[in-house]
Design a protein around this ligand. Structure first.
Ligand code: IFM
Length: 464
């Protein structure tokens, strides 16, 4: 289907918009990736502030210190959101900006920054969705063991309670943890992310356990303090896409989506079953055996809290088929298959199968909390940023999402990653994910063609 053939595209977007509650057309960002102002106005250091200083940790030695300077340019960025026409904005709060040492003394300047941001969103008719933790952990707590420390869930609960007290009168929508596999496995096992450790598996699993308990503690604090809170998390769903529509291959894709893979901590079920389901999957105990924390079996249900949505970040998906021996086979994509600049495969069918499988398993309304791609964007001679690949990507993924909705999945929102080109963690500023181009030297923002296309789609969808 071409985007507007026979008005089909418009019709599909209008259907998506008619979800059971007002559909959230959003974009997502994260504090560490955009704010800058890393060492001013009383902010404490984060693990990322420290990690970036380590030689060889970040592509070409890029620094996080200034990022998009959103801390100073937030009004301009909110105006961009308003121009874009989104009705939802997912952003994260920097824990060390609020509590410089993680616990104890409060930094009022940090709180007032987010108060201005929240009020500015509400004035512009945009619903704030706060992510409590998108990886910028407090260095002061890391020095005490970070996620390895048994008090981490309690510390996280205290931080959450503070945000709930201060913002809960204006913010109803909350996400607890963003992509726990990335800060646990990436940060503590492979050392690619802050704090850059390579710990033995039992310690990594203990930290994972504490992260899941921290999630539960945060949910309890929000429920106690925010009336009618709407809560989710934002783990990654690594779904699988069948190589054919045959019943066998579709079953293989369903199985592959939740089976524990070799890259075990990246397995969707390891994180999503405790958060949205009934606790750790049985397979975790079978695969990890004695490496699982002693208490994991008895505390299995402790991290399960009723949530309002099953939110997940959804990017690409491996292909899968049923092998002749009944097992799962993961064929390589055909040569020349589409890829992003990051060389991630483009598999829009993930937006059909992922929501379908997740809704079946967790029986909650679905939210796509991140989806996007990096392109080698630049400002062209005409002064504009032409990014047809991103336009095509957005259209394809939204069409697949609408296919999932037609199949009966209750889809409540889509958050494009990201508003701005930003600091892509250990890849520095190499990968541009924004709908808005950022010149990192001057800070200048230039909306890309895809910005205007997403705006057009939102308007189209909301046309009665
Ligand atoms: O930039 C990241 C984000 O912080 C977490 N999800 C994936 C994005 C793109 O890599």
């Amino acid at each position: 289907m071409t985007p507007d053939s026979n008005g089909q595209f418009a019709h599909r977007m209008q259907s998506l918009n008619k979800s059971k509650e007002s559909f959230s057309w959003g974009v997502a960002t994260a504090s560490a990736q955009i704010e800058g102002a890393a060492e001013i106005d009383g902010k404490g250091l984060s693990t990322w502030d420290q990690f970036c200083k380590g030689p060889g940790n970040i592509y070409q030695g890029h620094q996080i210190t200034r990022a998009c300077d959103h801390y100073h340019r937030w009004e301009e960025d909110l105006d961009l959101l308003q121009l874009l026409g989104v009705n939802a904005y997912r952003f994260s709060v920097s824990w060390p900006r609020i509590l410089p040492r993680g616990i104890g003394k409060i930094n009022e300047l940090g709180l007032s920054f987010y108060e201005r941001l929240i009020d500015g969103l509400l004035e512009r008719g945009i619903t704030p969705w706060i992510t409590l933790f998108h990886w910028d952990a407090c260095r002061a707590l890391e020095e005490q063991g970070g996620f390895l420390h048994p008090d981490m869930p309690h510390w996280f609960g205290e931080y959450t309670a503070l945000l709930a007290q201060r913002f809960g009168d204006r913010v109803q929508h909350w996400f607890t943890l963003n992509e726990p596999h990335a800060f646990i496995e990436g940060g503590l096992r492979h050392g690619r992310h802050a704090p850059g450790k390579q710990l033995p598996l039992p310690e990594v699993l203990l930290a994972a356990h504490h992260a899941l308990l921290a999630h539960a503690e945060a949910v309890d604090q929000l429920r106690a303090r925010v009336s009618n809170a709407k809560i989710s998390a934002a783990p990654v769903l690594i779904t699988a896409v069948p190589t054919s529509e045959s019943k066998e291959d579709r079953e293989a894709a369903r199985e592959a989506t939740f089976v524990m893979q070799n890259d075990v901590l990246r397995s969707s079920s390891f994180w999503m079953d405790p958060i949205y389901g009934q606790g750790y999957p049985e397979e975790a105990f079978r695969i990890f055996g004695d490496a699982m924390p002693q208490v994991a079996q008895t505390e299995r249900s402790k991290m399960c809290r009723p949530l309002d949505y099953c939110g997940f970040n959804l990017y690409d998906a491996p292909l899968v088929k049923r092998g002749p021996d009944g097992g799962l086979e993961f064929p390589s994509p055909p040569p020349g298959s589409p890829q992003t600049a990051f060389q991630w495969p483009i598999t829009e069918e993930a937006h059909y199968y992922g929501p379908l499988f997740a809704a079946e398993r967790y029986k909650l309304p679905i939210l796509i909390t991140e989806n996007g791609l990096s392109c080698r964007d630049r400002i062209h001679l005409d002064g504009r940023v032409h990014d047809p690949q991103r336009i095509d990507f957005i259209q394809r993924h939204l069409l697949e999402l609408s296919r999932a909705q037609s199949a009966g999945v209750d889809i409540r929102g889509y958050f494009h990653w990201s508003l701005l080109d930003n600091f892509e963690w250990n890849h520095g500023y190499r990968e541009r994910f924004g709908l808005v181009h950022v010149d990192f030297a001057s800070g200048q923002r230039t909306p890309k063609d895809s910005f205007f296309e997403y705006k057009r789609i939102i308007e189209l969808a909301q046309t009665p």
